[in-house]
Structure formats: C-alpha cells, structure tokens
Design a protein around this ligand. Structure first.
Ligand code: SF4
Ligand code: F3S
Length: 104
C-alpha cells in the first residue's frame, strides 16, 4: 500500500485524488489518508503530489504514518474529486513539525 505522510498536513493539494483509480483517499480537515486495504499499489499518486507526501509502505519514512492512515481511513469520508486547496497551502509545504502544530 501507499501511505500519506506528514507533509500533506495543511497542504492538502488533492492532486492525488484525481489520479487514484480505486478512489481510496479519505478526507480529514487538514490532510488526506489512504485506505491500506483498498490501495492497489499502482503508484500513480506518488509523483502527482506537489508536497511529496506519498510514499510506498516499503519506504522506512512511511512507517510512522501507517497506523494513522489505517485509523482515519475508517473514520473520515471518502473523497473522489479534487476540491479547493487551502489558500495557504504553499506556505505550509515543507514546514517541520506539522503534526504537532495541527493535528487534533
Ligand atoms: Fe490510489 Fe494507486 Fe495511490 Fe494506491 S498507489 S492510493 S491505488 S493512486
Ligand atoms: Fe496531500 Fe499530496 Fe494529496 S499534499 S492531498 S497527498 S496531493
């Protein structure tokens, strides 16, 4: 499966949603997650994310985010179409510690 990582928080560009063939993204207020049981590992979303916030679960950097993706994919609503990105998305791109600053 592929995993959405910390840099999606407050960026939420949603380009990933447009390309996913199985619509396995789920939407929270500040970020999206991937449902690990629905992702077919096609990999097309990874290069589409302007925030480079998507990696395969085989990448060590994704490990810390797998539980969060699994948990919130069961709670948050499915998203199948790209919406308006946050107006300050570019300002948050690459900011460190976004989880601690924004996640509740
Ligand atoms: Fe969707 Fe493919 Fe990305 Fe999985 S790897 S979330 S199936 S686009
Ligand atoms: Fe997030 Fe990147 Fe998608 S910022 S919403 S994972 S395009």
């Amino acid at each position: 499966t592929y995993v959405v990582l910390e840099n999606c928080i407050k960026c939420k560009y949603m380009d990933c949603v447009e390309v996913c063939p199985v619509d396995c993204f789920y939407e929270g207020e500040n970020m999206l997650v991937i449902h690990p049981d629905e992702c077919i590992d096609c990999g097309v979303c990874e290069p589409e994310c302007p925030a480079e916030a998507i990696l395969p679960d085989t990448d060590p950097a994704s490990e810390a985010w797998m539980d969060l993706n699994q948990k919130y994919a069961e709670i948050w609503p499915n998203i199948t179409r790209m919406g308006e990105k946050p107006t300050d998305a570019d300002e948050w791109n690459g900011v460190a510690g976004k989880f601690d600053k924004n996640f509740s």
